[in-house]
Ligand binder design. Structure first.
Ligand code: GCB
Length: 599
């Protein structure tokens, strides 16, 4: 159980949430001398830096963009708070690890760059006065961090990130920061789960507080009318004529939780709630007992200049593009996204496969290269594994705790493309799955994405999954190119026949398939990288998908072009987007739109 509350900040009769977004002070600290030089109080010689944003792409020089090591942020804020209020800072995330200081006092440290950092600053903060928050950040990766990578040191002593994955190592304070005030006795967390009986529904709830006063709960419909209420920290809200949350047809209630002392409200927290059930039955994924075929994308939090910084306009545009193309699902490859992505998915009725940042679990500067050559690096046999497993479990716990009440989240993905063919890999992931299962009150399906070395005869990890997610590039990394694409289809069918013979009776979802495509390139007959080739590739893949009835979803790689580390395989990033990085459609977008209209 997390010791801190990751509930999204709200303003109400008991709580305040003041945004600290804007310009912060910023300094690089290549020699890691900040602590000894007193930067914990104040940064000398700082520059200004936007928050939320990645720092990399605001710079015009290589050294700053590619900076790897320690760096610092500072912000002053005026705290309006009552004498008895608890005061917290909540960072949506800080990549990849940080230590927070308030008025020079060290407050907390957090490992992992994609989940909230919440710290209690009640004692350190001055009420009704100016305060200074300083954050020491570090963006180095190694084989016990999530995601996995390494650091390369140049002759000059400069460090460079060497990720084991295919996206730019953006870092910084990339999500919103809030100063939160709340009462001492407060709501820490809550769980919900659902049972649908004919036209009615039961919402089972449980509210965790840090005190002993009574808890009361009520459910309001979208118009604000109370439709059910209950007393007690756990119980059942019975909803007659329940309006269900459905895929691409969402309905949201509001759950209002209150801690009371007689008629006095001590704390209150309200959150949107969608009533729906998720179940797997044989090869079907059922939402409200209706089968759903997943259509959509693997995505990234990625945009020009912003890097991985959350921005409402980009998120809104992405949902509009996904609606236009008739998608209903996406995977938060390869890390949990900002809270706001899930709030928007709840409203728009999108399904999310929520992924922990367990990517790069194969010792290779790019996992797809090793996968293509059948390489094996004994990743789970090294002495970093105990620390890696500890971090993995911790981040699974933080992710499920943060996201468990979103109706959009229908599954948790616990890895992307690790090595899976050894007993050590099996034992490692068994421990991760065993840790994850009891954390989800809704018992959603657990999964992970497998690369092509995870073949039916060799993979030792797939039996842990409730449904299988395959990342396959037949016609790109395997037998790519105009005439060879015929061979790719045969090889693809051969693999699927071998899965089919296993009679696993579980859904299979393609969570990656795609081709790098330049929006400027047309060629007849097609060649790789042309728009025509992307269309032919998709058509071939769809022929295969449509031949196997246990395939219940197709999430292409990727929604949009995105930035990666530079290299001979990447032209200013990965170009497998169906949309450009600027969110304009490539030719294949029209093909997908048509297919998904009737699928
Ligand atoms: C993969 C990885 C993804 C890469 C993709 C590619 O298998 O999961 O992170 O970006 O392939 O385009 O090579």
């Amino acid at each position: 159980m997390l010791e801190y509350s990751v509930l999204y900040p709200v303003n109400n009769c008991a709580r305040t949430a003041a945004s600290l977004d804007g310009m912060w002070k910023f300094s690089f600290d290549p020699e890691s001398k900040g602590v000894q030089d007193g930067w914990t109080e104040h940064l000398p010689n700082s520059i200004s830096m936007p928050v939320p944003a990645s720092f990399a792409d605001v710079f015009t020089d290589h050294a700053s963009r590619d900076y790897c090591g320690d760096f610092w942020y500072e912000k002053e804020f005026f705290l309006h708070a009552g004498e008895n209020d608890v005061v917290e800072l909540r960072f949506g995330s800080v990549a990849h690890r940080c230590t927070v200081y308030v008025n020079g006092t060290e407050i907390c440290s957090h490992e992992g760059g994609f989940l909230p950092v919440v710290c209690d600053i009640t004692k350190a903060a001055k009420r009704n006065a100016l305060n200074t928050v300083v954050v020491k950040v570090n963006n180095e990766l190694n084989e016990s961090t999530l995601p996995c990578g390494s650091v390369m040191t140049l002759t000059s002593g400069k460090k460079l990130a060497a990720p084991y994955f295919d996206f730019f190592n953006y870092s910084g304070i990339q999500r919103s920061v809030y100063v939160v005030t709340k009462p001492q006795e407060s709501i820490v967390d809550y769980d919900t789960s659902f049972a649908i009986n004919g036209k009615d529904a039961d919402v089972c709830y449980s509210v965790r507080t840090n005190g002993s006063h009574d808890v009361a709960v009520c459910l309001k419909d979208a118009e604000g009318n109370v439709v059910a209420q209950s007393e007690g920290a756990s119980g059942v809200l019975h909803v007659t004529d329940a309006k269900l949350w459905n895929v691409r047809n969402a309905y949201l209630y509001q759950l209002v939780m209150v801690i009371r002392d007689g008629d006095t409200v001590i704390d209150s927290y309200e959150a949107k709630l969608g009533i729906r059930t998720i179940r797997i039955d044989g090869t079907k994924i059922l939402v409200n007992d209706e089968p759903v075929y997943l259509k959509g994308f693997g995505k990234h939090e990625d945009f020009d200049i912003l890097g991985r910084g959350f921005n409402y306009s980009i998120a809104k545009r992405d949902y509009e593009c996904m609606k236009w193309i008739n998608a209903n699902c996406f995977r938060t490859s390869h890390y949990p996204y900002a809270d706001e992505w899930y709030q928007l998915a709840d409203e728009e009725g999108f399904l999310i496969i929520d992924e922990v940042p367990a990517v790069g679990m194969m010792r290779s500067t790019r996992n797809f290269v090793k996968a293509g050559t059948g390489g094996f690096t004994h990743f789970f046999e090294t002495d970093t594994v105990p620390e890696l497993l500890k971090n993995h479990k911790q981040q699974v716990e933080e992710m499920i705790t943060r996201d468990k009440n979103h109706p959009s989240v229908f599954s948790f993905s616990l890895f992307n493309e690790p090595e899976t063919t050894s007993k050590e890999a099996h034992d490692y992931f068994k421990a991760v799955f065993d840790h994850a299962r009891p954390l989800d009150p809704q018992k959603r399906p657990l999964t992970g994405a497998f690369e092509k070395n995870s073949q039916p005869e060799l993979c030792q990890v797939y039996p842990l999954c409730d449904f299988l997610c395959l990342n396959r590039y037949y016609g790109w990394y395997i037998s790519g190119g105009g005439t060879a694409i015929e061979e790719a289809e045969l090889k693809f069918r051969d693999e699927m026949d071998r899965w089919s013979k296993k009679n696993l009776n579980v859904p299979f979802v393609f969570t990656e398939f795609g081709t790098d495509t330049l929006d400027s390139m047309h060629k007849l007959p097609s060649i790789m990288w042309s728009q025509e080739y992307q269309e032919e590739y998709y058509e071939r893949n769809f022929n295969v998908f449509d031949s196997y009835d246990f395939i219940t979803g197709e999430l292409t790689w990727n929604f949009a072009d995105f930035q990666t580390t530079e290299g001979i395989m990447r032209v200013n990033g990965n170009k497998k987007g169906v949309f450009t990085r600027n969110r304009q459609p490539k030719a294949s977008a029209f093909l997908l739109k048509k297919r998904w209209e009737n699928k």
